[in-house]
Design a protein around this ligand. Sequence first.
Ligand SMILES: CC(=O)SCCNC(=O)CCNC(=O)[C@H](O)C(C)(C)COP(=O)(O)OP(=O)(O)OC[C@H]1O[C@@H](n2cnc3c(N)ncnc32)[C@H](O)[C@@H]1OP(=O)(O)O
Ligand SMILES: O=CC(=O)O
Ligand SMILES: [Mg+2]
Length: 728
Amino acid sequence: MPATDASRVAVGGLAVARVLHDFVRDEALPGSGIDEREFWAGFEAIVDDFAPRNRDLLARRDELQRQLDDWHTAHPGPIADHAAYEQLLRDLGYLTDEPGDFQIRTSNVDPEVAVQAGPQLVVPLLNARFAANAANARWGSLYDALYGTDVVPETGGAEKGASYNPIRGAEVIARARALLDAHFPLASGSHADARSYAVSGGAVVVELEDTTTGLVDPQQYVGHRGDPARPDAVLLVHHGLHVEIQVDRADPIGKDDPAGVKDLLVEAAVSTIMDLEDSVAAVDAYDKVDGYRNWLRLMQGSLTATVAKDGRTFTRRLEPDRVYDGPAGQVVLPGRALLFVRQVGLLMTTDAVLDKGGQEIPEGILDAVLTALGSLVDLQRRGDLTNSRAGSMYAVKPKMHGPLEVAFTDELFARVEDLLGLDRFTIKLGIMDEERRTSANLKACIHAARDRVAFINTGFLDRTGDELHTSMLGGAMIRKGEMKSTAWISAYEAQNVDIGLECGFQGRAQIGKGMWAMPDEMAAMLEQKVNHPLAGASCAWVPSPTAATLHALHYHRVDVAARQRELSGGRRTSLEQLLTVPLAASTDWTDEERTAEVENNLQGILGYVKRWIDDGIGCSKVPDIHGTALMEDRATCRISSQHVANWLHHGVVTAEEVEAAFERMAEVVDRQNAGFGYAPMAPAYDDEAFGAARDLVLQGLEQPSGYTEPILHRSRRAKKATRKSAQE
Ligand SMILES: CC(=O)SCCNC(=O)CCNC(=O)[C@H](O)C(C)(C)COP(=O)(O)OP(=O)(O)OC[C@H]1O[C@@H](n2cnc3c(N)ncnc32)[C@H](O)[C@@H]1OP(=O)(O)O
Ligand SMILES: O=CC(=O)O
Ligand SMILES: [Mg+2]
């Protein structure tokens, strides 16, 4: 095909970045049966039809925001007359009529989505090492998760230390045995006293000191590996999640265990979201292709990554399925999490493809087509491994505002299905309930995708950012840390479950809850995140495989199916509660409180943005002002930047105070990151990252919906261009 210039190829009316064009031709299309010319012609037709609609939807967002800004300017402070406010939202079309009762009709859904409640891991897809790890996180070592985290306190001789500490090890083993006793009780005695595990006549036989026993519920036995009299592994199931008792009397741990148990392998990340959105920094065709290639390889089963750690280097590969001998023959369980891919939202455009007018196309359209193209190998069963046994692709669409945007996505996916020869509704849709207009119209949003919706999920971080931006002009907002206890957030979390159940999600689709954003605070997570299954969620987000392993324990404690049945049959909250704006009742914070709030936000922004712009890292662990490491991504950055912008706009802090705090916090971030290759922001404060962080706050009011992408993309592109020209 003719080249337009060295870096682009003209395909019909499109100018496609060569790196993307070559990826499609050489890696994604071969074997698919799809002709290259037809692919690009179909792609161009989709762009022609959907790009103008995408632009119209964004214009509608802006129009609504302007109207809300006008209203808040005319009615400053808390909403005095809720009925009038609600009527305004209806008149503007912000609130639409709720559809009558209906049930979703999504079909060909894998059990991981339909019935198996468990953790959902999220991972930046551009990082192959993490992505392979995340796919493999379906199974996690409980011993490692307990030993390696703060779940077991480092007191009383149980410190981690430089080498294995048997006191800590004994505590880990005791906790693991207690878990077996709680969820897989023995007819008599305790797993703590087991001398051996065996299988006989299709049942587990546990030898205790002076007797043998079995499981109270023999149905919990699923299978074993090895000689039934001396198995290497005994597989049990509880609440639909498996636990493998691993036995090896030659292992350093197993040799000292009376029953030879070396570990409990727990089924952990039942599903994983491969993220192309808020946890990645993808600003050009090269970045986009890195993501699409990793997705393709995941679907092929061929993704590998070279891992160098602890003085050794090895190749990480995707785990095969797990095979056991069961009472009625072979049992095969998935070795990997069921994978979803999170595409980008409607906002950004990409220069990976220019349309016939020379304009960048909407990035979401490119993601929709290219990730589905990557999934073809799985859907056509050409891969070495299988992702969806039910023959579906799982796509998550973030940041949609209201039912028209959901309908747009549904239609876009249908066109992608036609392009790739897929049956209608092969592509399932996960709806992030993370913008206020979606929460306020959730039932209509679900209705707009009722044949393909596979999850609704409370993305409370973006949702908080949108709460701040939508009502920005209403007044000064409460402090960030107080958001968790507001009326709107409890209404939002409860109604998401209620509406999901009302629309028939149970047994068909996931009802999900948000991220645990303190990656190192595993003891706190173990204590608190049980609230998610208790609230009726069939999955909830975790930031790492270790967190998935520990969060899995919550689904053993809570029978989600039973909990959902209890919660079905009504809504517990009102629209008024959902629409209550979190304005501060009074702004008489002390100087210390104001400074702490602003410094905390700015430290997070700077710590995150610096790595984004300089290193292209889209998700980072950044300490807050108390030293707690927080997961920062674009959604948390949206909250922090919008919060400072709000306080600045309403005069809670002055521009001078913010500028001074920026400089102080830049020094803190520099100290935290000092080391090889790090370019400090202080004392010049003139680098690209510092400028981007300032703009996020100082231009926060003008950012569409308060999103961070436009500024982050602009600055990262500028950084890349500077580096490139320095190399030339
Ligand atoms: C609002 C939202 O949209 S939330 C969704 C977006 N957020 C995410 O996707 C969170 C993803 N998580 C992460 O990126 C990381 O866990 C962070 C940035 C939070 C912490 O990262 P780090 O500081 O590098 O983690 P840490 O040093 O503790 O652990 C690194 C190890 O854990 C693994 N790991 C950490 N997170 C993940 C993950 N999400 N998936 C798979 N593996 C992971 C790495 O592979 C690595 O192990 P390896 O050396 O064997 O490869
Ligand atoms: O995407 C998740 C969120 O909380 O935002
Ligand atoms: Mg989000």
